[in-house]
Ligand binder design. Structure first.
Ligand code: CAA
Length: 295
């Protein structure tokens, strides 16, 4: 059973050019999803080095598809050719939708939204890929909060079908409909939810991940056995500790911390070992070491 798609013909905007601000793991994945589906993408990063990292991420990810014979080299070149890289937000003037995917900092995100508000056309949609910050508060940095929406992709963005579309109390209904239709056209399964830290999936997921980290910390079982239990006993594609490594321990810690601040429930009080690992730079796959070690 798949979530209900918006009614055909109800879309009022056509999204040709898509802006993506921030080309880290999520931003690069989101840029890939749009470019794979024929959209022109403008990817923005802070400086030339960050642009280069984003470009490499995209080359690596699409190169994997070529190696697996899911894409030809010519298709890869065409896909990458649809993406323009820049360090100037002003280059997003023609974007019908901008997805912001920078660090989980309200101040940084607000500054970007404030600037974007003066750059894009009045009917362009401004979206954030935040996992747990308030979309409503972010929207207050713009002159038109009705066009601001959360568009929360899952990691790896090119693979995971789910996208949570987060509506605030002031998001215009046509913005919601248009964004849902756009996501469905990408082959994604959008679900709509309200603006509460964690949305649907992370609210259900992160208590479980936190509990797994706490089991590991208490030496209740080995990391391999904790992960094997959930893979082979419950049919999860990967165990919770491997998943924390994929998400990034810094990101996971921030999400738990935000959810804990909002709800004060013990389930989301970050397990101390997470903080210790973040401080020690063991962030998971992106640094080569987390609960596991990666080549
Ligand atoms: N980028 C792009 N594509 C990737 C990828 C990546 N990082 N990792 C894997 N893939 C692709 C592979 O190319 C492969 O594609 P094809 O089927 O077209 O060949 C497919 O994914 C399967 O990959 P593998 O065969 O290598 O490995 P797998 O079958 O073990 O799957 C996985 C890997 C997709 C990561 C799978 O284990 C999985 O779905 N894990 C759970 C991930 C999850 O729960 N994500 C949500 C995290 S929470 C979140 O993101 C929210 C938040 O706010 C933090």
């Amino acid at each position: 059973m798949s979530p209900a798609a918006p009614a055909a013909g109800s879309q009022s905007r056509t999204f040709t050019t898509i802006g993506v601000v921030g080309l880290g793991t999520m931003g690069a994945g989101i840029a890939e999803v749009f470019a794979r589906n024929g959209h022109a993408v403008v990817g923005v990063e802070l400086n030339d080095e960050a642009v280069e990292r984003g470009r490499q991420h995209l080359e690596h990810s699409t190169g994997r598809a070529v190696r697996r014979e899911k894409m030809t080299e010519a298709e890869q070149a065409e896909l990458l050719g649809r993406i323009t890289f820049t360090t100037a937000l002003a280059d997003l003037a023609d974007a019908g939708l901008v997805v912001e995917a920078v660090v989980e900092s309200m101040e940084v995100k607000k500054a970007i939204f404030r600037e974007l508000d003066g750059i894009v056309s009045p009917d362009a949609v401004l979206a954030t890929n935040t996992s747990s910050l308030s979309v409503t508060e972010l929207s207050s940095a713009t002159s038109g909060p009705g066009r601001v929406v959360g568009v929360h992709f899952f990691n790896p963005a090119p693979v995971q079908d789910l996208v949570e579309v987060v509506r605030t109390v002031v998001t215009e209904p046509d913005v919601l409909t248009d964004v849902q239709a756009l996501l469905a056209s990408l082959g994604k399964s959008p679900v709509v939810c309200g603006d509460k830290a964690g949305f649907i999936a992370n609210t259900l997921l992160f208590g479980y991940l936190n509990h797994a980290a706490s089991m590991y910390e208490g030496r209740y079982a080995s990391r391999e056995d904790i992960d094997a239990a959930m893979r082979f006993g419950c049919g999860y594609p990967m165990g919770p500790l491997a998943l924390l490594d994929l998400i990034g321990l810094d990101t996971a810690y921030e999400i738990l911390e935000t959810m804990y601040r909002q709800g004060r429930d013990r389930l989301h009080a970050p397990t101390p070992v997470l903080k210790q690992m973040v401080t020690a730079g063991l962030l998971g796959r992106k640094t080569g070491r987390g609960f596991y070690t990666y080549e």
